[in-house]
Design a protein around this ligand. Structure first.
Ligand code: GCB
Length: 603
């Protein structure tokens, strides 16, 4: 079990949460001299930048934009006098990729992994009724033991630059809100649910962890605010008669009010918004509440102009409106767990989410999309770095499940994106990750991973661990693009015929397909990069999907154009978006709207 509670901050009769978003002091530390020079007591020459945000795209000079190494943030935190006697925590939504936290000059925590929250207890060292100095030392270097994977190279000038083994830009900074939280000494630490449906009723099994021995009660309210069920005890079952189920694009959320009580006194209170639904894989189908669904949607990124990977509430809202407009019902959090607020909105809007751990770049290459098709062998998991990497991977699976397990929207876990699967060592590595995920998930949701082009049915040693198979395939783009597209379709069908022999009862979905497209370019006849070619390439893929009944979903790459490392393969970013980075439709968006609005849910 994790050392800190993952519950999202709330204000209730017993809890206080203050969002510390705002302008913080910031300074890069290219020489890594900050610790030695005492920057933990205050930054010597700081600039001011917003939190949450990536720092890169605020700046006009390349050194800061491309900065790789140590960087520091600082702010003042007022801890109210009336909070004396409570537990006080700082909660970071994410610091990418690692952080050391200093409070009033004292180092109090470190955290590795740039996409999941962590909490730091400051009860004993806080100055109450006064300002306290919070300093965070961040670092964005990549290695073959970090999630995601990559490396660092040093320029002749001594400047470090990141070499990610993935194409999204290696944005860094305090990416998500930071909160100051006060809870009672005896508090609700964790809560989890799993659902069973019987006729028109539901049975919700629940498990509560608290930090004391007082009694726990659960009150369940419907959306109208009526109490529909009550239970007592830290663990148990709650019957919900005439249950209103959470359905795809037709959400319904109950309030589960968890209380620690001491006689008549409420010691702590916390509310979770919970959708009741089941997920089962059966006969090549993904069943939600026993009904088959066909997944329509996207691989996404948290990525937008100026704030980079920083959580942006406006962009989140626009993305959901576009997904609703186009007729989507699903997205994958490629290639890392997203901000918690995004899952909350997906719960509310009835979107299905494949939640992905940041296990990307486990095929060491700066251009895996081309190297993979060239037959490159890496035996990545046979390297001496694998045990350390696996330790980090397991911890991030644990953090992700602890954070996201109660979301109705999360119907599956993606445990890796495009790893090496050609060597026996991969299977050994994967098994442990898949087993641990099953063990930790109270709802035993399906597990999957996204297969790289070279993970073909004859060569891949790991596909069988997936409860449903997820393919990333770029026929008509990286493989046999342009005038060769008719050969692409033949090659694609040949691979699918081979999968048809293997899949058995498993469904298959596409977690990536598509091609780069300039949203301003029209050309007749089409050429690669034109909007017309994007539509031809996608139509070809859809023809193939429609020919294989075990295909149960299509998540096109990508929802929107996004920033990448610069290079000859990328014209200021990856342009496979169906929308531009500014969230306006390319022509292909209208093709999808037509297709997805006419496909039945159980296609
Ligand atoms: C992939 C990766 C994704 C890339 C995409 C591309 O296979 O999973 O991160 O962005 O290809 O466009 O090359």
């Amino acid at each position: 079990m994790l050392k800190y509670s993952m519950l999202y901050p709330e204000n209730t009769c017993s809890r206080r949460s203050v969002n510390l978003s705002g302008m913080w002091r910031f300074q890069t530390d290219p020489q890594s001299c900050g610790v030695e020079q005492g920057w933990n007591d205050g930054l010597p020459a700081p600039d001011m930048i917003p939190v949450p945000a990536s720092f890169a795209d605020f700046y006009t000079d390349k050194e800061t934009r491309e900065f790789c190494g140590d960087f520091w943030y600082e702010t003042d935190v007022f801890v109210p006098d009336e909070w004396k006697g409570r537990e006080i925590d700082l909660r970071f939504g994410s610091v990418t990729h690692r952080a050391t936290v200093y409070f009033n000059g004292v180092e109090i925590a470190t955290h590795e992994g740039g996409f999941l929250p962590f909490c730091v207890r400051i009860t004993e060292i806080a100055r109450y009724g006064a300002n306290n100095r919070l300093v965070v030392l961040g670092n964005n270097e990549l290695s073959e033991t970090t999630l995601p994977c990559g490396s660092v190279s040093t320029l002749p000038s001594g400047r470090k630059i990141a070499k990610p083994y993935f194409d999204f830009y290696n944005y860094a900074g305090i990416h998500r809100p930071v909160w100051l939280i006060a809870t009672p000494k005896e508090y609700i630490f964790d809560f989890s649910v799993s659902h069973a449906i019987s006729g028109s009723d539901a049975v919700v099994s629940y498990h509560t962890v608290t930090t004391g021995d007082n009694e726990v009660t659960i009150e369940v309210k419907d959306e109208a605010g009526n109490t529909v069920a009550m239970a007592k005890g830290k663990d148990g079952e709650i019957d919900i008669p005439n249950v209103h189920l959470w359905k795809v694009r037709d959400a319904y959320l109950y309030q589960f009010i968890i209380r620690i009580v001491d006689g008549e006194t409420v010691v702590d209170e916390y509310t979770e918004h919970i959708g009741i639904r089941t997920v089962v894989i059966q006969n090549n189908n993904i069943l939600i509440n026993g009904e088959p669904v066909y997944l329509k949607g996207f691989g996404k990124h948290e990525d937008s102009d100026i704030v980079g990977r920083g959580f942006n509430m406006g962009v989140m809202k626009r993305d959901f409106e576009l997904m609703k407009w186009i007729g989507a019902n699903c997205f994958r959090t490629s290639h890392y767990p997203y901000s918690e607020e995004i899952y909350q909105l997906a719960d509310r809007e009835g979107f299905l989410v494949i939640d992905e751990v940041p296990a990307v770049g486990m095929f060491p290459s700066l251009m895996n999309f081309t190297d993979a098709s060239s037959g490159k062998q890496t035996a990545f998991f046979a390297q001496e770095t694998a045990p350390e990497l696996q330790k980090n991977h397991l911890l991030q699976v644990e953090e992700m499940i602890a954070r996201d397990k109660n979301h109705a929207c999360v119907f599956a876990w993606s445990l890796l994106n495009e790893p090496d699967t050609l060597d026996e060592s991969s299977t050994v590595y994967f098994e442990k990750i898949f087993d641990r995920c099953r063990e930790l998930d109270p709802q035993k949701r399906p597990r999957t991973f996204a297969l790289l082009m070279n993970s073909t049915p004859d060569k891949c040693k790991c596909w069988q661990l997936s409860d449903f198979i997820s393919l990333n395939r770029y026929f008509g783009w990286y493989v046999l693009g342009g005038a060769d597209i008719e050969s692409a379709e033949i090659a694609f069908r040949k691979e699918m015929d081979a999968w048809a022999q293997l899949v058995g009862d498993r469904p298959m979905i596409f977690t990536e397909y598509g091609g780069d497209t300039n949203g301003q370019m029209d050309k007749l006849p089409s050429v690669m990069w034109s909007q017309e070619y994007q539509i031809e390439c996608l139509d070809m893929c859809h023809r193939v999907f429609d020919s294989y009944p075990f295909v149960k979903g299509e998540l096109v790459w990508n929802f929107a154009d996004f920033q990448t490392t610069e290079g000859i393969m990328r014209m200021d970013g990856n342009k496979k978006g169906i929308f531009t980075r500014q969230r306006q439709p390319k022509r292909a968006a209208f093709t999808f709207k037509q297709r997805w609005e006419s496909l039945p849910l159980d296609y």
